[in-house]
Design a protein around this ligand. Structure first.
Ligand code: SF4
Length: 290
């Protein structure tokens, strides 16, 4: 696999924001060094399932059946493989694995029909690429799985997850992504989305959240703080590893100091930062008699 040229980040997406929060060094490897990663069977299955759920809406409402959706899985896999031939290596050793993997994808697609009824839905947008520039200049971008608009004009943002729903105490992560999208749509269209809906096909759960203006303003503040931290690390080259339970899934352990590795030389120019101005009390005039 070829490594692409290193460039400083210019925008933020929900996945890259999540990377930085998980581990700044992982963010650097992905966004700045652009180190190659091995394809993953689970992520590839997610791509195929998303493609099927999008394509199903090409059919007239009455024909959007579970059988039809299942029947689209193999074809969407072939289309993806034609675009990314390297994915063939996922099943190179054992042909039976591919059959099992396709069956799992079909089951995920079929479960969707227990959660939503596509014969009663007419999405306003599918796989919608969105990009908005905040007043601060920060560019936010991402792809929204589905946008529904009610006759009253109320907007619902829908995202499909092929994994299981998190326990309530861990729901902030996926909700953060949805608030990110809501903020972008709000900035682009001036309409506050009414509902955010996460559809977890792995466990058959639907999580909804009705955002308020205050939620989205808080999300904006959080993203600005995150971008400030990313910009500082980009300039100084100081990207700290933050080990956690997801390290087991990380492709970059060989370059990670937490696992005895060494990161590649930093590919961007380092700009030493000037010392912060001293706090007022530190520069206060000396006491009389000092
Ligand atoms: S192995 Fe863990 S600590 Fe190291 S870069 Fe990957 S996620 Fe970060």
């Amino acid at each position: 696999m070829k490594t692409r040229a290193a460039t400083p980040p210019t925008s933020l997406s929900p996945s890259r924001a999540a990377d930085f929060m998980q581990c700044p060094l992982l963010y650097r490897f992905r966004v700045i060094d652009k180190l190659p990663e091995k394809p993953s069977a689970a992520a590839t299955r997610g791509t195929v399932v998303h493609a099927v759920l999008e394509r199903l809406f090409d059919a007239p409402a009455a024909e959007r059946s579970a059988g039809r959706a299942r029947g689209l899985v193999a074809g969407e896999w072939e289309r993806l493989l034609a675009k990314r031939p390297e994915l063939a290596e996922l099943f190179a050793e054992d042909g039976a694995q591919l059959a099992q993997w396709l069956t799992q994808a079909e089951e995920l697609v079929e479960r969707w029909f227990t959660l939503e009824d596509p014969t009663r839905l007419e999405p306003a947008e599918r796989e919608l690429f969105v990009e908005a520039r905040l007043e601060s200049g920060l560019r936010l971008r991402g792809i929204i799985d589905r946008v529904d608009v009610a006759p009253t004009g109320e907007v619902r943002i829908v995202d499909y997850k092929t994994g299981k729903a998190p326990r309530p105490e861990y729901a902030d992560g996926p909700l953060f992504q949805m608030k990110f999208y809501a903020l972008v749509l709000w900035r682009l269209r001036g309409v506050l989305p009414r509902r955010l809906q996460l559809v977890f096909l792995g466990s058959g759960d639907v999580l909804t959240y009705d955002p308020q203006e205050g939620d989205l303003r808080a999300t904006e503040r959080k993203l600005l703080a995150l971008w400030d931290a990313i910009s500082r690390a980009t300039e100084t080259g100081d990207w700290r590893p933050k080990p956690g339970k997801l390290c087991g899934w990380c492709d970059h352990q060989a370059h990670c100091p937490e696992f005895g590795g060494t990161p590649p030389p930093y590919p961007l120019m380092i700009q030493p930062r000037l010392p912060e101005p001293r706090a007022a009390e530190e520069v206060a005039a000396p006491e009389a008699g000092d």
